[in-house]
Structure formats: C-alpha cells, structure tokens
Design a binder for this molecule. Sequence first.
Ligand code: GTP
Ligand code: MG
Length: 155
Amino acid sequence: DERTFVMVKPDGVQRGLIGEIVSRFEDRGLKLVGGKFVQLDEELAKEHYGEHEDKPFFDGLVEFITSGPVFAMVWEGADATRQVRAMVGETDPTESAPGTIRGDFGLDLGHNVIHASDHEDEGANEREIDLFFDDDELVDYDLDTSAWVYEEEDH
Ligand code: GTP
Ligand code: MG
C-alpha cells in the first residue's frame, strides 16, 4: 500500500495537537508505520523545503520549522497521499474547510500546524520519507482492523 510522509509542525507540537492529529489518521483506518520526534537543523529544513528556495517566504519558513521540535510520521493505506492531503486541507488555514486539520486548528498561513507530502508532486513521498527515516525505522506489520477497514484482503 501507499506510504505518505506527515509532520506536525512546531506550532502543532506546542499547542498539544500531536495526539489529536494522530487520532484522526488512526480513525480513518490508516496504518502508522513510522514516527519520531525531532528538532530540525537548518540544513534538513532547507533540503525538506528546497522547492521553495526562491520564494520570498523561504527564510521565514526555515526559521519557523526549526524553531521547535516536530513530530514526523509515515502513514500507510489505500490512496494515502491524496487522502491525507484532503484531511489536512488547503495551504492557507483560512481557506480550509471545517473538518480538515488546518480548517479546525489554524488561522494563519505561516503557522498551519501540519505538513503532508504533495500528492501532485510525484516522488515527494519517497523523497521526504528517505530524508527523515532510515529503512529500519519503518515497520512492516499487519493491522488486525484492516479486514474491517477494507473489503479487499491485501492491505
Ligand atoms: P506543506 O505541507 O508545509 O508543504 O504545505 P503545502 O504543501 O500546503 O504548501 P507549500 O508546499 O506550497 O508551502 C509550504 C509552506 O510554506 C506552507 O505550509 C506555508 O506555511 C508556507 N507558505 C506557503 N505559501 C506562503 C506564502 O505565500 N507566504 C508565507 N508567509 N508562507 C507561505
Ligand atoms: Mg508542500
């Protein structure tokens, strides 16, 4: 099944939203295959957000994402990347529908609580998972509830 990279940003960590966010993905039926609490350094932050290097907000973004610990995760499930992005909402929380994570917990573009891999950027998932996790930090296992989440067996 598809794996996608997700990260609770420093504002989400400080506001005590890790548990809430993890619960939403668990409740959806997605499977957690990796998770770690990390303090990004400037180098990792710049690599992670490399696509935005020429944007005017880049320096502020790097400063923010390194300003405190983040909670990085890998979630697995059917159509995981697209489904997680839908649960996250729009980049700007004020444009995000209620019921989405940013729509429920954010009011500011720069402090939008969570990062998720872009489903329109093919390869973003693998790139970001590799950047944050070693292979042996990702766990292969079966969730007993999968048989109730999915009609087909091979999940
Ligand atoms: P991420 O999941 O964090 O990658 O957000 P995203 O994919 O929804 O948006 P994008 O990758 O385009 O931008 C990365 C981050 O930069 C966003 O989450 C915002 O916090 C920030 N950002 C994007 N656009 C702007 C902007 O126009 N101004 C400012 N100040 N920040 C921005
Ligand atoms: Mg992005």
